[in-house]
Design a protein around this ligand. Structure first.
Ligand code: PEP
Length: 232
């Protein structure tokens, strides 16, 4: 399975921060793909550094009266090769359902992009023992009808995103094994991946890379994670 280190800059980054992306492009290791998903305002300039770039969301429609939204074709036109869809912050902040996520992913693939579909349970769902039920329902509805050749799935426990907390390696293995039985595509783990925990996470079976938020903002940290993945 190919390996992918993907950085999600969320709503962070101004032109002055392009130097970090330039440094990531310059230091990206052989042995894994390195992707940055900056804010859309930086996409075209980031793409010029020669590393893979992606959007953080796209609309399900190709064009039309949707003020403030971006189509998958627009992202591709700006140089994107990937787009994240169904990030838990989109599901929570914008009420996106798995069916809407599937439509966005379809649109992404239709525009030639690889869709990174995110799934993951909340803390209350994990505490209630419902993790596999929740992730199973999300994956079934979110990837229906998609082309596996242009699909990546990210398992991101909501309670681990930006908190410094991570599941145990056994818990990550359990969910990734569960996902592997359902989709034969690269599986990323996301949620507080740092240089200090990357190698042990990448040693977990069926972990093919990471979706990294905070630690992708600094080139030194993100390159350390990418190098751990390349060596895994
Ligand atoms: C994310 O944004 O998808 C993410 C995993 O964030 P962080 O690495 O900061 O937890």
């Amino acid at each position: 399975m190919r390996k992918l280190a993907a950085g999600n800059w969320k709503m962070n980054g101004l032109a002055a921060d392009l130097a970090e992306i330039e440094a990531i492009a310059a230091g990206a290791p052989e042995g894994c793909e390195v992707l940055i998903c900056p804010p859309a305002t930086l996409l075209a300039r980031a793409a010029a550094f020669g590393l893979a770039v992606g959007g953080q969301d796209c609309h399900a429609k190709g064009a039309g009266a949707h003020t403030g939204d971006l189509s998958a074709a627009m992202l591709a036109d700006a140089g994107a090769e990937y787009v994240i869809v169904g990030h838990s912050e989109r599901r929570a902040d914008h009420g996106e359902t798995s069916e809407e996520v599937a439509a966005k992913a379809q649109a992404a693939q239709g525009a030639g992009l690889t869709a990174i579909v995110c799934v993951g349970e909340t803390e209350a769902e994990r505490d209630a023992g419902r993790t596999l039920d929740v992730v199973g329902a999300q994956i079934a509805a979110s990837v229906a009808g998609l082309d596996p050749a242009r699909l990546v799935v990210a398992y991101e426990p909501v309670w681990a995103i930006g908190t410094g907390r991570t599941p145990t390696l056994e818990e990550i293995a359990e969910v990734h094994g569960f996902l592997r039985a359902r989709v034969d595509v690269p599986l990323l783990y996301g949620g507080s991946v740092k240089p200090g925990n990357a190698a042990e996470i990448f040693a977990v079976p069926d972990v093919n890379g990471a979706l990294v938020g905070g630690a992708s903002l600094k080139s030194a940290d993100f390159l350390a994670i990418a190098k751990a993945l390349a060596a895994a």
